[in-house]
Design a protein around this ligand. Structure first.
Ligand code: 13P
Length: 287
């Protein structure tokens, strides 16, 4: 059964480790992430962007697939199904579809409007035992066609949003989605420390987990990050393994064209990436 992300993140914050949010794109992705979490006895958050939800024909399909898989694969570790960077309308659709967690990304609104909309969703989530992630300071890079500049959040605004009763808070600290450019200045630990000081026990979320050096990940966790999002890195691993299979001509040998064979190396590559991240984040055996 799906669970809210509240308990797993409170435990992570107290235990100084982070739970990974791995974005899913299709059946192979979902299967790979769930299998790895179970194998490593780790809690996990399945992230679904609005674009990925649409690609999979809708949030109801996603919830149906994940619930079915958890039963058929006998998954016993805590799993949250979470909307990633949701619009207000997208959040309501996921509540309806049976997600256990949502992110409302109001970072592009003036702070008053972000507060107003987040406040409404706090109530909706509380009534249903769901977890809610809010965002202050937009994350850079491109996500579903929206390009953010990679701002650093205002710690006072973070406190205002945290005080509304959200479960976890994503604060921009110079992080961006996708690959980091050569001239990236790194995470702003001053911002992170200031946000943590204002928000106390609130589990903080680090977006753009792909390509952040290990030492920065560890430092971020020591400064209160309890959830780290990874998307692009699994896509790159999947694509590289699939390319290798095809370039080696394996799809032309025997029944190598069968999707169950063709997509197997990519699926294994996702598992390896997820395992590596769970070990780095410290969530292994924390289920
Ligand atoms: P990456 O694609 O950079 O790993 O970021 C994922 C993310 O933050 C999803 O919200």
């Amino acid at each position: 059964m799906l669970v809210s992300a509240k308990e797993m993140l409170e435990k992570a914050k107290a235990g100084k480790y982070a739970v990974g949010q791995f974005n899913i794109n299709n059946l192979e992705w979902t299967k790979a992430v769930l299998a790895t979490a179970q194998e490593l006895n780790s809690p996990v958050i399945l992230g679904v962007s609005e674009g990925a939800g649409k690609y999979m024909t809708g949030f109801k399909t996603v919830a149906g697939m994940v619930n079915g898989m958890m039963e058929e694969m006998k998954i016993t570790v805590p799993v949250a199904l979470h909307l990633d960077h949701g619009t207000y309308e997208g959040c309501l659709k996921c509540v309806e579809a049976g997600f256990s967690s949502i992110m409302f990304d109001g970072s592009h609104y003036p702070i008053e409007e972000n507060i107003e909309k987040t406040r409404e969703l706090v109530k909706i989530c509380a009534d249903r035992g769901m977890s809610l992630e809010a965002e202050v300071g937009s994350i850079g890079g491109e996500e579903d066609g929206v390009i953010g500049a990679g701002e650093c959040a205002d710690p006072n605004e973070c406190k205002m949003i945290a005080d509304l009763g959200v479960t976890m808070l994503a604060a921009g600290i110079g992080n961006i989605h996708g690959k980091y450019p050569e001239n990236w200045k790194g995470l702003s630990f001053e911002t992170l420390a200031a946000v943590q000081e204002k928000t106390g026990e609130m589990p903080l979320v680090l977006h753009g987990g792909t390509g952040i050096p290990e030492d920065m990940i560890k430092k971020a966790i020591s400064l209160g990050v309890a959830k780290i999002n990874v998307n692009t890195e699994c896509q790159l691993s999947f694509a590289a393994a699939t390319r290798e299979y095809i370039e080696a001509g394996k799809d032309l040998q025997g029944k190598g064209f069968d999707p169950r064979k063709l997509l197997a190396p990519g699926t294994e590559a996702i598992k390896a990436t997820v395992k590596e991240k769970m070990e780095l984040f410290g969530s292994v055996n924390k289920a």
